[in-house]
Structures are given as structure tokens and as C-alpha cells.
Design a protein around this ligand. Structure first.
Ligand code: SF4
Length: 231
């Protein structure tokens, strides 16, 4: 079994392999909530098209969404894949939470403390703990490492933590394993997130990962176990 790599070594290798990570598509906290809800099971291009249509035809402020006729929101969410009616309703609910429940002061609510910021964000549709942490990291509000499923899978396969019975338990196990290894600033954490996501999409795919092309192969527990199986 290869020795577990350090997080810094993993990120350095991925950066060398893929080049500098791209910035996140949106960073404003409320726009990130809309980004999550505008599409479902859609690739990045499809999600970006639906979000661009929302920007162009409705706007991305809570007020603009609350004023928009339902057909206009539906026309946007139809570009984002399955269950467009549900997602149009989620856009409207998100705007109500930001404008009515939080009285138009989302940024002020997020500034109170990390715990309160996460609780606030989890009130929005489809935003759980990982999503809330990603929003805060992308927005530069708190240096927390919000991992998504691709990055989580890469780190599990490299041996940082074993897969658990639930996604949230797996997420917590990886976060625990990374304790003390993470950079302390949002831009570095965001860059690491983007590189791990890219790697999970390009080579370390859920089904049939392309280990033979991977720059992390030498130190990967999953690749070593696959090799042993075929000896
Ligand atoms: S060697 Fe394979 S399993 Fe390991 S990180 Fe690379 S692609 Fe993923």
C-alpha cells in the first residue's frame, strides 16, 4: 500500500497537471443559491446557460425574482433539465427567504459567525452542510473547505478516509482527515476545490477511473488495490 500523500502534495501535482484552477462561475452568496437551483443533474455548460438566461430575462436579485411572472421563471428552469416546475418554485422560495425572512440582509446574516452563516444558508432549498461551506468559501467569507462529490471521491480513493454509509458521514470523515492540512485562506481553498473537482470529472470518474493517465497514481490507495486485484 503506498504511503498516504499530503493534501498539499496532491494539490501541487494536480495544479502542475491541469494548470491554474478556473475561478468559480459565481461567488455572490445569493447567486450561488440560484446557481444550485436553476438546474438539476445538468453538466456545467447546461447550468451556465440556464443561469445566463436567468440573468438576462429576470435578474438575480431577490426582488427581481419575486416580481417575475411564473412563466418567465419556468422558461429559465426548462433550460436546466428535469423537474423545471419544482426548480422554478425553488428560485421563488429562495428569493422569499432572502427578501422576506432575512429582510434583504443576507450578507449581514452571513457576517455574524460561521455557525450562524451555515445555519442561514441551510434554510435555502437544496443547500446542506457541504453546499453552505462551498458558498462561504467561494464568497471569501470564511476559510472552510466546501467539498463537492467529485473532490470527495478523489480524496477517498487516495486514502484520506474510507467511504461511510451516508454521504454526510463520508464528508465528515474526509474533513476530519484533512484537519491541520488545509490552507487557511479562501482563494487557496477555492483553488484546491476546483482542481479536485476537475480531476474527479476528467480522470478520477465514478465509473472506470483512468488511473493509467493520473498524476497521483503512485500514491493512490485505490489504484494500488486495483493493481493487486489483477496480479
Ligand atoms: S490513480 Fe485512479 S483512483 Fe487514484 S486518484 Fe488517480 S484516477 Fe483516481
Amino acid at each position: 500500500m503506498p504511503a498516504s500523500p499530503t493534501f498539499a502534495a496532491v494539490i501541487a501535482k494536480l495544479k502542475k497537471f491541469y494548470g491554474p484552477p478556473p475561478p468559480p462561475p459565481v461567488t455572490d452568496p445569493f447567486e450561488q443559491v440560484l446557481w444550485e437551483n436553476v438546474a438539476y443533474l445538468a453538466d456545467d455548460d447546461k447550468r451556465a446557460r440556464a443561469f445566463a438566461e436567468l440573468q438576462k430575462t429576470v435578474g438575480t436579485s431577490p426582488n427581481a425574482i419575486l416580481k417575475a411572472p411564473p412563466e418567465k421563471l419556468l422558461a429559465v428552469t426548462r433550460l436546466g433539465g428535469m423537474v423545471p416546475e419544482l426548480r422554478a418554485e425553488r428560485l421563488r422560495q429562495s428569493a422569499e427567504i432572502a427578501q422576506i425572512l432575512l429582510k434583504g440582509a443576507l450578507d449581514a446574516a452571513l457576517a455574524e459567525s460561521l455557525a450562524k452563516a451555515k445555519k442561514t444558508l441551510r434554510q435555502f432549498p437544496t443547500i446542506g452542510e457541504p453546499g453552505a461551506e462551498k458558498i462561504l468559501m467561494f464568497a471569501g467569507k470564511y476559510p472552510v473547505f466546501g467539498l463537492e462529490s467529485n473532490g470527495l471521491r478523489v480524496l477517498q480513493r487516495l486514502g484520506f478516509a474510507r467511504e461511510q454509509k451516508s454521504y454526510s458521514a463520508s464528508y465528515r470523515a474526509v474533513q476530519q482527515a484533512l484537519c491541520g492540512q488545509l490552507p487557511k485562506d479562501c482563494p487557496s481553498l477555492t483553488g484546491a476545490h476546483q482542481l479536485l473537482r476537475r480531476h474527479g470529472q476528467a480522470l478520477c470518474r465514478r465509473a472506470r477511473p483512468l488511473c493509467e493517465k493520473c498524476p497521483l497514481r503512485e500514491s493512490c490507495a485505490f489504484a494500488a488495490s486495483m493493481e493487486r486485484q489483477y496480479l
